[in-house]
Design a protein around this ligand. Structure first.
Ligand code: HMG
Ligand code: MG
Length: 296
């Protein structure tokens, strides 16, 4: 059976835009429920500036409070050496740096140019190598940018290649604003595959235009076997028209079951988590698969 790895990002990507106050206790319960549902890689939080992302200000408490289950990894996002050092001090054994394929998004998101971001990552790679900490890499805006519009696939592939060559064990391609379609995603993967082996590449699709599961499928057909997703499709803001989260983990698991691919995730347990966290956030569960299965 084909194995597909899912990197669950709800506790970080799903909650970083959340308007409802989510307690550390709820975050810890979410992470552990996801682990118990069979998710093996759960992005727990981000060690970014609390002034920029107040939702992740409890990163230290989250990392220190984790129940570390065997066979589970709890990576965290770090933008620079300061974040890396705090993350490792709090117990992180895997981190992710994040760059952008668009200059404007890089400036808005991390307050520096693409080149400057690589200069900030350099000491992170150096320390991580010495500490035996694994570094994942993200590229944002791989298809489109909220400020610049269309992003050429060559540009996204170039940043992905730089991350890979700098020492990332894997590079996740982020369609940050969910504008990708199977066609544009395939063009992107063609360019990336020329420089980075596809078994080191992950798909990170946001669902703003409803294309996320189609893009997962198109990437799977093109050879990708690693996908980032968020339980319940969490992310974005329910009050901002059109803004949505990542592809829902349950939608990916259902899709993979149909393809005969193994994710190791218990779909029923996952649906329970989707319903539980949606209730905590004061809304009904958003994903199609969860709604369909809960209606049965
Ligand atoms: P800056 O203001 O340029 O940083 O922010 P600075 O180095 O000039 O320092 C300014 C202050 O921030 C200083 O504090 C630093 O100590 C502090 P002060 O002396 O003024 O009191 N600082 C930090 N504090 C905590 N943790 C740190 C840290 N670094 C500096 N790591 C910075 C630069 C990167 C820090 C800021 O822009 C930032 O935190 N940005 C985070 C943005 C973010 O988290 N975005 C969301 C994640 S990315 C994403 O969602 C995309 C993804 O899902 C893929 C996709 O969908 O595309 C991954
Ligand atoms: Mg994202």
């Amino acid at each position: 059976m084909t194995a597909v790895r899912i990197v669950e990002v709800a506790p970080r990507d799903g909650l970083q835009n959340e308007k409802v106050n989510v307690t550390t206790e709820t975050k810890l319960a979410l992470i552990d429920r996801l682990a118990q549902a069979g998710l093996t890689e759960i992005e727990a939080t981000s060690f970014v500036s609390p002034r920029w992302v107040p939702q992740m200000a409890d990163h230290d408490a989250v990392m220190r409070g984790l129940v570390r289950r065997p066979g589970r990894k709890y990576p965290v996002l770090v933008p620079n050496l300061k974040g890396y050092q705090a993350a490792v001090e709090a117990g992180a054994r895997e981190v992710a740096v994040f760059a952008s394929a668009s200059e404007s998004f890089s400036q808005k998101n991390i307050n520096c140019s693409i080149d400057e971001s690589f200069a900030r990552f350099a000491p992170v790679f150096e320390s991580a190598k010495a500490d035996g900490v694994a570094v994942r890499g993200y590229v944002s805006c791989v298809v489109g940018c909220p400020y610049e519009g269309f992003v050429p696939p060559e540009k996204a592939a170039d940043v992905a290649t730089r991350l890979y060559r700098a020492g990332c064990f894997e590079v996740s391609l982020g369609d940050t604003i969910g504008v990708g379609t199977p066609a544009s995603v395939k063009r992107l993967l063609d360019k990336v595959a020329a420089h980075v082996p596809l078994d080191k590449v992950a798909g990170h699709f946001h669902d703003t235009y409803g294309m996320a599961t189609s893009n997962v499928y198109a990437s799977y057909e093109a050879g990708l076997r690693i996908f980032d997703s968020s339980v319940g499709g969490l992310g974005g803001c329910p009050y901002a028209k059109g803004a949505t989260g990542n592809v829902a983990t349950e939608d990916v698991v259902y899709l993979m079951q149909g393809l005969g691919a193994d994710t190791g995730v218990d779909l029923d347990a996952l649906i329970d988590v989707a319903q539980w966290i949606s209730e905590k956030l004061g809304r009904s569960v958003q994903s199609r698969v969860a709604r369909a299965l809960l209606a049965k």
